[in-house]
Design a protein around this ligand. Structure first.
Ligand code: UDX
Length: 446
């Protein structure tokens, strides 16, 4: 009989995973403790912006005309325990307030709520990003709390999806990493992932701690790569070099690779910043903190980018923001997402605002979230409106819409044709030809 799957936590990761599991042909029950989220998902509506996710969901949510009916949602752990053979735990692990460590309370709560309802053999699969060592602890907790005892087993299966590409990354993963303690667990996960593995995704089996570490190691590497190129941008600025050309040239070396070498205002979001900090905190607990001291540098290079962007802008408008209008294009931490968590764009906008500048922000999808977390900024309904009367325009999130802006049209509404490209994604020639002073991070001024 086909496996039945529950997905616990229906945020970015969980909602996408639940829909993807239904797409792979399984009966799926998604669970969240927030009733409003469950009601929305049950209507086939996605609580965040993620390309392709609404369509995928609507293809499977029960009750939607023409859907497979394989996907349902609930708030009941009892129902989930009865329903599932395999339970994926996809709840979030944010950074603890005022600390580097990650907050495991949602994961712990999910395990505690689910375990008492596991009365028959079941596999609980952790997907959340957790400090190494969590799986061993959670396996013991599961065995102690579940009526099925040792028949309620744990596996760890980190998720590598990127926002903006969540559907594609989930259905066609680069690799599937599973940390298991038994052959049965491996067999069940091979069954779950038979289709992507059949289509070529490597399936890599390992122990719990290695599986947990793969995720934090991968994100640390990516963060390091971005901070490396941003460090080169600092040197380029000092030496009048061009970091965009430099990145292109070193990227042709296949050992280095071209991806993740875009210099700019740095990385943000709900993963990279908090994951490197949690990794450092955990290494400290394990007595291995020296191994990760370089991540402190990665973090501080990254945070310096934001301050540097503010300084460049202040210099550009004459040394003070008082009485100056600044248009900020972009609020989300990356394009094709409405996520503003730890967004460099909003951070820069906020700093300029605090220094007395009059800031107007526009973002294609992130306005609602930006307004909620930063209500004191001004917001406009279009790039053109944001730019009206501006002494400087800042490009801080590289949405396609911004790359396609007409510099002449924007030039007609600003007070000064001055653009600062914080993502090195605009075409300098195009803007300069239209009479703009174009300035970018890590590139020569003229
Ligand atoms: C990341 C990992 O890529 C993903 O594998 C993991 O599962 C979750 O964390 P995500 O946070 O969605 O995914 O975004 P990502 O595409 O990695 O970008 C992170 C940040 O780095 C963004 O703010 C982006 O603008 C920035 N970035 C990325 C750069 O500044 N330069 C680059 O070259 C690439």
């Amino acid at each position: 009989m086909a496996l039945k799957i529950t997905v616990i936590g229906t945020g970015y990761l969980g909602a996408t995973h639940a829909a993807a599991m239904a797409e792979l042909g399984f009966e799926v029950l998604g669970l969240d403790v927030v009733p409003e989220k469950i009601e929305m998902l049950g209507r086939g509506e996605v609580p965040m912006y993620e390309p392709g996710l609404t369509e995928l969901l609507r293809r499977h949510v029960a009750g939607i005309e023409g859907s497979s009916g394989r996907l349902r949602f609930t708030t009941s752990y009892e129902e989930a325990g009865e329903f599932g053979d395999v339970h994926f735990v996809c709840v979030n692990t944010p950074q603890k307030h005022g600390e580097y460590a990650c907050d495991m309370s949602h994961v712990d709560a999910a395990f505690d709520a689910l375990a008492p309802h596991l009365t028959r053999p079941a596999l609980v699969v952790g997907k959340s990003t957790v400090p190494v060592g969590s799986a061993v602890r959670l396996a013991a907790r599961l065995a102690a709390l579940a009526p099925a005892g040792a028949e309620a087993e744990l596996a760890w299966n980190p998720e590598f999806l990127r926002e903006g590409f969540a559907v594609q990354d989930t259905l066609h993963p680069d690799r599937i990493v599973v940390g298991v303690a038994s052959e049965r667990a491996e067999r069940l996960l091979r069954e779950v992932y038979a289709k992507p593995v059949g289509a070529g995704s490597p399936f890599i089996v390992m122990d719990y701690p290695t599986a947990e570490l793969v995720k934090t190691a991968a994100n640390s590497f990516l963060a390091t790569k971005i901070s490396f190129i941003n460090a080169m941008a600092e040197v380029c600025e000092a030496a009048d070099g061009d970091v965009v050309k430099l990145a292109e040239a070193i990227g042709h070396d296949e050992r280095i690779g071209r991806k993740f070498l875009r210099a700019g205002v740095g990385f943000g979001g709900g993963c990279l910043p908090k994951d490197i900090r949690a990794f450092m905190a955990r290494a400290g607990e394990l007595g291995a903190d020296q191994a990760l001291t370089f991540l402190r540098e990665v973090d501080s290079i990254n945070m310096r980018r934001r301050g540097h962007m503010v300084e460049l802008t202040r210099d550009a408008v004459g040394g003070s923001f008082l009485g100056k209008r600044v248009a900020v294009l972009g609020a989300t931490f990356k394009p094709d997402s409405d996520d503003v968590r730890d967004s460099p764009a909003l951070n820069v906008a906020g700093q300029i605002h605090l220094q007395g500048g009059q800031v107007t922000v526009y973002d294609p999808k992130g306005m609602e979230n930006a307004r909620r977390v930063f209500p004191t900024l001004d917001y406009a309904d279009s790039a053109l409106e944001a730019a009206r009367g501006a002494d400087a325009v800042l490009h801080l999130t590289e949405w396609r819409e911004f790359r396609e802006l007409d510099p002449a049209a924007l030039g007609a509404v600003v007070s000064e044709r001055r653009i600062l490209d914080g993502r090195n994604a605009l075409d300098p020639e195009l803007w300069r030809e239209a009479g703009w002073t174009y300035r970018a991070l890590g590139r020569p001024q003229a």
